[in-house]
Design a protein around this ligand. Structure first.
Ligand code: RIB
Length: 292
C-alpha cells in the first residue's frame, strides 16, 4: 500500500502576540520567525517521521526551496513536486501567550495544481493506496475524481472550510479529520456527540476523527465510538497539532495497527508538537514517542 499526499506547502510567518489582532486594531508583535509549513507539508513530514513512506505532490515557487529541503531531510519522496517561478503559498500566523494560533493563508502556487498535474501525480496509484487531502490546494474535485477512479482510500481534512467542500463527493472519504469548527460547518451542531451521530447517519461506511483541542478527540464509525484524551504537556504553539495527528494516525492504520493504538500514538505525537514552536519543525520522530 502506497501513501500519497497532494497538499499545500507554505512559508509560515509566525508572530508572537499578546492577543489576536482585532478589527481596526494595530498591534505590535513581540517576535517574528519564518518556518516551513502548510497542512500538506506538515502531514507528509508527520507520516514520514512516524515511519511511513509518503509521496508528496505539490507545486512550489522559487522562494520555497527550504520547504523541499525539510521534506527531503525527513524522508518524504519529493521527486514529483513541480517547481515554478511564482511565489509559493504562505501563512501569516499569530501565536498568543497561551499557544493558540490564528492563521491567514495566501494560496500562491498551491492554487496552480491542475487536473493534468494530479493525473500524472497519481498515475501509478493502485486500489487501496491512500490519498491524503486538505483544502489548501486548487482542483480538489479533480483529485477526488482521479482517486475514486483508482479506487484509492481518501483521507480528508476539510480545512480551511469553505462552501465548495459541500460539492465534493464526500461519500468516498474513508478517513475524515475534522475539528469542532469544521464538524459544526458540516453537520450543523457544536456538540461533539451530535456531530458524530450526524456523521454516521450520513456516511455509514466512513470513519470520523473529530479533534477537540484540550478535550482530546472522538473516533466514530458504524461499529465504534472511542474517546481519546490528550496527553498533558506545556503548550507553546498549537500550530500543526492537527497535521501531526493526521500523519501519525494514517501511518498507524496503514500498517495494520488498531484504531485504539492509532488514536493514542497520534495524540502523543500531537502533544509533542504543541510543546514546541513552529509547524513542521515541531513534529516529532517516532523514536521520541512512547505510549507505554
Ligand atoms: O495546520 C497548520 C498549517 O496551516 C500551517 O503550517 C500553515 O501553513 C497553514 O497551512
Amino acid at each position: 500500500m502506497k501513501i500519497y499526499n497532494l497538499g499545500s506547502l507554505n512559508i509560515d510567518y509566525v508572530y508572537s502576540v499578546e492577543h489576536f489582532v482585532g478589527a481596526g486594531e494595530t498591534l505590535a508583535s513581540g517576535n517574528m520567525q519564518i518556518f516551513p509549513g502548510g497542512k500538506g507539508l506538515n502531514q507528509s513530514i508527520a507520516l514520514s517521521r512516524a515511519g511511513s513512506n509518503v509521496i508528496h505532490g505539490a507545486i512550489l515557487g522559487s522562494d520555497g526551496e527550504f520547504l523541499k529541503q525539510i521534506m527531503f531531510d525527513s524522508g518524504v519522496d519529493i521527486s514529483r513536486i513541480k517547481s515554478v517561478k511564482h511565489p509559493s503559498g504562505h501563512a501569516i500566523i499569530q501565536v498568543d501567550k497561551s499557544g493558540q494560533n490564528s492563521i491567514l493563508l495566501y494560496g500562491g502556487t498551491n492554487r496552480e495544481i491542475d487536473r493534468e498535474y494530479i493525473e500524472q501525480f497519481l498515475s501509478d496509484a493502485n486500489e487501496d493506496d491512500i490519498l491524503v487531502l486538505q483544502n489548501e490546494i486548487s482542483n480538489l474535485s479533480a483529485a477526488f475524481e482521479i482517486a475514486i477512479e483508482h479506487k484509492m482510500q481518501i483521507a480528508f481534512n476539510p480545512s480551511p472550510f469553505d462552501e465548495t467542500i459541500h460539492d465534493l463527493p464526500l461519500q468516498h472519504v474513508k478517513w475524515w479529520f475534522c475539528n469542532e469548527t469544521e464538524g459544526e460547518a458540516l453537520f450543523g451542531s457544536s456538540n461533539p456527540e451530535e456531530i458524530a451521530e450526524s456523521f454516521i447517519q450520513k456516511y455509514h461506511d466512513s470513519n470520523l476523527i473529530l479533534t477537540l483541542g484540550e478535550k482530546g478527540c472522538i473516533f466514530k464509525n458504524a461499529d465504534t465510538f472511542i474517546r481519546q484524551p490528550i496527553y498533558e504537556t506545556v503548550v507553546i504553539d498549537t500550530t500543526a497539532a492537527g497535521d501531526t495527528f493526521t500523519g501519525y494516525f494514517i501511518s498507524a492504520v496503514s500498517c495494520g495497527k488498531d484504531i485504539e493504538y492509532a488514536l493514542k500514538i497520534a495524540s502523543k505525537a500531537s502533544s509533542v508538537t504543541v510543546s514546541r514552536k513552529g509547524a513542521a519543525v515541531s513534529i516529532p520522530y517516532n523514536n521520541e514517542i512512547s505510549i507505554a
